[in-house]
Design a protein around this ligand. Structure first.
Ligand code: FAD
Ligand code: NAI
Length: 476
């Protein structure tokens, strides 16, 4: 007889491990299989997010921002330093240490929830059998009442600039550089391109970002995107829009990139390292045997309904391997919701209220609809904008760039979208998420007392500004 579980989760990233923990909390017998392998061969839980994504990138953003501020801002505060320099090995060692602590933490959390953690590969067989191959090659067949697929995603390769792991790298490679490249090329001005481009720019690299689209950050509110492009330009990020890469060849320890520019003219660029970050694609290699009844769409996503059910009896899928934004918090909510559904509890994921954050400086955060989306929907709307220039706290922080913007229904006063570019936008957006979740009106926000002096006052004032009642700036 095969080993039987109530729930087997395949994938231990931010979608899979929360599903396993919640299923364990719900009193079920659970196994979580994860096959992650690091460059050094070590194996661990946490998936892309902890090992090669959210966490290491935020650690390097923090280190590089401190370094940059020490150079550019300390003197303004009257702080005198000797020569400030960066020790990349020490910076990377700190990063690895935090990642190790956090991934070990997940192993501890799985254990505390009574989950059996299995390291190796899992393949779903028909009838909810799961073939498990441990990293040492040992095989066994398990069975489960429910299976949750959470196999995640991998970087999308670019034919004209194939990864070589040394000069032409993906985002993981770009988190592991052991020296600051003098000249860095980035293909794709998306979230990864902007975050990792910022890291190495702050540390001294000359950074050119080649973006295929004619518009910058087309997924964001365009007023915010314009401000972002202006700020990044000031920081020396050379973003070239409408750039179509036609080839990249490694010659004499450098990469020669050819591309056609927005006017169609052929251009070339020589860099020491090239990061290709043009999006990610779902990863399902070796996950599904024949005859499981689980379908994969033309783009490689596992097909699911609104409740993350695949259509094959008691087989669910969550996170980056299914439709929707490829974000850790989206995957986490799906994983937890599925585990609750399995236990017969009520669960809900509000896909209309998922925050997006880009952890650059200034930070960018938004939730709900952009002004362009509201306009296209035909709904009458009003706008409230408050600049951080008028925020005492932002000025104290020497970070008075950007603004908070609210898009509000004109007829019902309901907040439809909130867009922030400025200090700690990723934290500020949490209030907006709550406002949208509860269907708040601008008036609700106007009547909510915000501590002074805080950055969050910008949201309060933006709500007031929508009705020309802002106090801390002239109303136009
Ligand atoms: P993953 O994290 O990819 O985990 C899937 C796991 O399943 C992996 O460990 C994989 O090895 C394992 N697996 C796959 N197939 C099998 C199998 N057959 N058997 C066993 N194991 C298997 N998102 C944010 O929300 N905020 C951020 O700040 C952020 N920053 C990012 C920065 C970078 C550089 C990158 C690359 C991504 C970032 N993301 C961020 C996106 C985020 O990492 C993903 O959305 C998230 O990791 C998806 O979670 P997941 O569990 O679906 O997949
Ligand atoms: P992305 O989708 O954010 O950006 C990719 C960019 O590359 C787009 O602007 C696109 O127009 C451009 N592009 C596509 N093909 C191109 C080509 N051939 N040449 C030039 N440009 C091209 O994808 P990215 O940055 O790779 O990130 C992958 C995923 O990881 C995203 O979906 C994101 O949600 C997630 N992520 C989230 C973070 C966060 O929440 N802060 C941080 C990093 C990643």
């Amino acid at each position: 007889m095969s080993e039987h579980y109530d729930v087997i989760v395949i994938g231990g990233g931010p979608a899979g491990y929360p599903a396993a923990i919640r299923a364990g909390q719900n009193g079920l017998k659970v196994a979580c299989i994860d096959g992650w392998k690091n460059y050094d061969g070590s194996t661990t839980f946490g998936g892309t997010c902890l090992n090669a994504g959210c966490i290491p990138s935020k650690i390097l953003l923090e280190s590089s921002e401190l370094y940059h501020r020490a150079h550019t801002e300390f003197a303004t505060h009257g702080i005198k330093t000797g020569e400030v320099s960066i020790d990349i090995a020490a910076m990377q060692k700190r990063k690895s240490g935090i990642v190790k602590t956090m991934t070990l933490g997940i192993v501890g959390l799985l254990k505390a929830a009574g989950v059996t953690a299995l390291q190796g590969r899992g393949t779903l067989l028909p009838g909810r059998q799961v073939e498990f191959v441990a990293h040492d090659g040992t095989r066994k067949t398990l069975s489960a009442t429910h299976v949750v697929l959470a196999s995640g995603s991998v970087p999308t390769p670019l034919k004209s600039a194939p990864f070589d792991g040394k000069h032409i790298v993906d985002s993981w490679g770009a988190l592991e550089f052991d020296a600051v490249p003098k000249r860095l090329g980035v293909i794709g001005a998306g979230v990864i391109g902007l975050e990792l481009g910022s890291v190495w720019r702050r540390l001294g690299a000359e950074v050119v970002v080649l973006e295929a689209m004619p518009e910058f950050l087309s997924i964001a509110d365009q007023q915010l995107a314009k401000e972002a492009l202006k700020q990044f330009g000031k920081q020396g990020l050379d973003v070239r829009l409408g750039a179509k890469v036609t080839g990249a060849a490694v010659k004499k320890n450098a990469v020669e990139v050819s591309y056609s520019d927005a006017k169609g003219a052929t251009q070339s660029l020589t860099v020491d390292k090239l990061i290709v970050c043009i999006g990610r694609r779902p990863y399902t290699e070796g996950l599904l045997a024949e005859g499981t009844g689980v379908s994969v769409d033309a783009r490689g996503f596992i097909e699911v309904d609104d409740h993350c059910h695949t259509g094959a009896e008691n087989v669910w899928a969550v996170g980056d391997c299914v439709r929707g934004p490829m974000l850790a918090h989206k995957g986490k909510e799906e994983g937890v919701a599925v585990a609750d559904r399995i236990a017969g509890r009520h669960a809900h994921v509000n896909y209309a209220v998922i925050p997006s954050v880009i952890y650059t400086a200034p930070e960018i955060g938004w939730v709900g609809q952009t002004e362009e989306q509201v306009k296209a929907s035909g709904v009458a709307y009003k706008i409230g904008v408050f600049p951080f220039m008028a925020s005492g706290r932002a000025r104290a922080m020497e970070a008075a760039q950007g603004f908070a913007k609210l898009v509000i229904g004109r007829d019902d006063d309901r907040i439809l979208g909130v867009h922030v570019i400025g200090p700690m936008a990723g934290e500020l957006i949490a209030e907006a998420v709550l406002a949208l979740e509860y269907g708040a009106s601008a008036e609700d926000l106007q009547h909510t007392i915000h501590a002074h002096p805080t950055l969050s006052e910008a949201l309060h004032e933006a709500a007031l500004a929508a009705d020309k009642r802002a106090i801390d700036m002239p109303n136009r």
